[in-house]
Design a protein. Structure first.
Length: 405
């Protein structure tokens, strides 16, 4: 019903896209050699065998690669290069809007401050954007332009060694409870992001909370999310990836989340702690209804969830099928293009295969990615942009004779 060519040509979004998990392997190797970072292999095939694999034993196994990618992203030239290449890679498969997320504080040290980190990433993405939007068909209004936003990630927890910035913070506040230090770092992140947006005009569109869910609850970071809320920053939270419905509840109540990253365990009663609620089934029912009614979008990462949850034998078991039945707002995302060895087109192709999406459903899911984005422009500009996207999508439907059923 849908050819690969059609899937790659339709305008798409990626709303959950980690910068440090989406570096080209060729670039990783070149930067590692340039900055003397030790890798387990300096061949792409070797890295795919040892680090960036098709399947992982656990979430911890999945996360090992970030130690290498993070190590080469400690200066402005490498950050700019990787951001630029990420923009180009997305453009090559028809992705017209991306929200690149990362934790700026992981890249901060005595020679590089947070604002400079954000500026470097923005420069790379701006260059990719300018090159694409200068194409004749885009300038003539025949195709929608490429746009992007940056989401800054606060960390639920960190330790000495995560980065020079985090190490210094823990050393200076060595007599403080670690969780209070985590909270302080998140608030500092919001303050610097607001400055980057308002003073320097960088497209910082949202705040995210990433890292280990179990043992590091979102409510530790209420202060940061409240500050973001007061400064009109959009909010998304990693929740329900490795913990249960309670984590998602915290994200939408304590952190004012507009979207949820992953949300895989939304429907899983067994993930609710015994005694936490009187009726687990009713609790999930009400939570799902609230998410549906408020149109809180779930950033679905099919391949990533399959890789980090070995209990999932194939994608037909993914909780997206329940999200679909509940008519929840969802959008297909890569999570990490390199670590998960995937693309947005791959994610959509898998969804079509395992969930038998109809043309109407596919169009709705793709367009909703644009509608629920944290678009950096005004509401009117966003509406106009989405209209151009819909017009282009419908043009392709007609060109490929897609039956609207």
């Amino acid at each position: 019903m849908f050819s690969r060519e059609f899937i790659e040509k339709i305008p798409k979004t990626d709303l959950h896209l980690h910068l440090d998990g989406s570096i080209r392997l060729k670039t990783l190797i070149e930067l590692a050699k340039e900055y003397r970072v030790n890798l387990p292999s300096y061949e792409e095939a070797g890295l795919k065998e040892l680090v960036f694999k098709d399947a992982y034993a656990s979430l911890n196994d999945y996360l090992k690669g970030f130690a290498y990618t993070g190590a080469v992203l400690q200066n402005e030239p490498s950050l700019e290069r990787v951001a630029y290449e990420l923009g180009k890679d997305n453009q090559a498969e028809g992705v017209r809007y991306i929200e690149v997320r990362f934790a700026p504080q992981l890249h901060v040290h005595r020679h590089l401050n947070s604002i400079s980190v954000l500026k470097a990433v923005a420069r790379g993405l701006d260059r990719a954007k300018a090159e694409f939007n200068n194409r004749k068909e885009v300038r003539d209004g025949l195709e929608p332009e490429f746009e992007y936003g940056i989401i800054v990630c606060a960390m639920r927890m960190f330790g000495k060694g995560f980065s020079e910035y985090y190490t210094d913070l823990l050393n200076v506040l060595s007599h403080s409870e670690p969780r209070s230090v985590f909270a302080l770092a998140s608030q500092e992140l919001v303050k610097l992001s607001v400055e980057a947006r308002d003073k320097y005009g960088l497209p910082i569109v949202g705040l995210d909370l990433a890292g280990a869910e179990d043992g590091y609850p979102a409510d530790d970071h209420i202060g940061a999310f409240s500050l973001a809320h007061k400064n009109f920053m959009k909010k998304t939270v990693h929740a329900g990836e490795a913990y249960g419905p309670e984590s998602i509840f915290q994200a939408i109540t304590d952190c004012h989340a507009d979207r949820i990253g992953h949300g895989y365990y939304l429907f899983e009663q067994s993930m609710i702690k015994d005694g936490a609620v009187d009726d687990k089934e009713e609790y999930i029912k009400k939570l799902v209804e609230y998410i549906a009614d408020r149109r809180i979008t779930i950033e679905v990462c099919l391949t990533s969830n399959l890789q980090t949850n070995p209990a999932i034998k194939d994608l037909s078991q993914h909780s997206f099928k329940y999200m679909r039945e509940a008519k929840l707002s969802t959008s297909f995302c890569t999570d990490n293009r390199t670590v998960s060895s995937t693309t947005v087109s791959n994610e959509i192709e898998k969804a079509i295969k395992y969930f038998e999406l109809t043309p109407r459903e596919l169009k709705h899911l793709v367009i909703y990615g644009f509608k629920r984005s944290f678009f950096p422009g005004s509401y009117i500009e966003k509406r106009d942009y989405v209209r151009r996207v819909i017009d282009f999508y419908e043009k392709l439907e007609a060109e490929y004779e897609i039956q609207k059923v």
